[in-house]
Design a protein around this ligand. Sequence first.
Ligand SMILES: Cc1cc2nc3c(=O)[nH]c(=O)nc-3n(C[C@H](O)[C@H](O)[C@H](O)COP(=O)(O)OP(=O)(O)OC[C@H]3O[C@@H](n4cnc5c(N)ncnc54)[C@H](O)[C@@H]3O)c2cc1C
Length: 258
Amino acid sequence: MKIVVLIKEVPDTYNKRVLDLETGLADRAASDAILDESSERALEVALSHAEVNDDVEILALCLGPESAATSARKAFAMGAHRVAHIADDALLGADIGLTAEALAAAIRQDGFDLVIAGSTATDGTSGMVPAALAELLDAALLSGLSAVDISGEAVAGTRITDGQVQQLRAAFPAVISITEALPEARFPNFKGIMAAKKKKIEQLDLTELSVEADREDTARSIMLSIAEKPPKQAGVLIVDSGDAGEQLAAFLVDNHLA
Ligand SMILES: Cc1cc2nc3c(=O)[nH]c(=O)nc-3n(C[C@H](O)[C@H](O)[C@H](O)COP(=O)(O)OP(=O)(O)OC[C@H]3O[C@@H](n4cnc5c(N)ncnc54)[C@H](O)[C@@H]3O)c2cc1C
């Protein structure tokens, strides 16, 4: 069975994340780059399955700038069999459509039974890449899974929505996205880290994938403007002089919160 895990490099959420207000692109020098946590959890799902099943090949696939190869290498250290990296100058500022097109082309070219992605990346946060991929790959989509069961021919899982617990199943080929309810990813051990240094990341570009970034017949979304978040206003402090309850109730009513 061939599992492709989508791993995305993002700015570390523990650092200050800065957007370049001129270009609208993330200022990558402003924060450390790491693998998105949901991508790591997605890899954990694949690795846990491979631990108890023979004949599973895990390809970790990343689309990002040249520098993303450093983060992607962590997938080797965790236990992925192969790591591939799509990098191309034409992908700078790629929208969801182009991102999904390039990822789909690489996956189609390599072949797959199952694609595992995180539900939402911490930078772009659209949560749309897995759905776009499923459409492009003509594969079933099980999104937002909080439990996953992979068998020889199919994948099943649980999706929890407001007031509902849904049990879902799809035959391969399928795309799934997983939530933070699934276990955290393992830490790579020393042996894995040392071995990862010597392994070769497969490099791909848009020419090899036959993807055109600037096709005139394809709509691309362009960020029109960008502004810094306004600074947070100080909150209202209620001092209890015996009437704090009344003050609180009045605040909630005045702000239409009750
Ligand atoms: C600074 C900045 C500028 C942007 N400008 C634009 C713009 O002009 N127009 C526009 O439409 N969009 C823009 N975007 C959004 C950008 O295109 C998305 O970040 C990107 O397409 C991926 O979508 P996402 O992060 O929302 O992924 P999500 O759909 O939230 O990610 C879900 C999962 O999909 C997988 N995944 C997503 N992306 C990748 C990847 N690159 N490689 C491997 N796996 C991946 C991961 O498993 C991830 O956990 C911008 C984003 C940023 C941060």
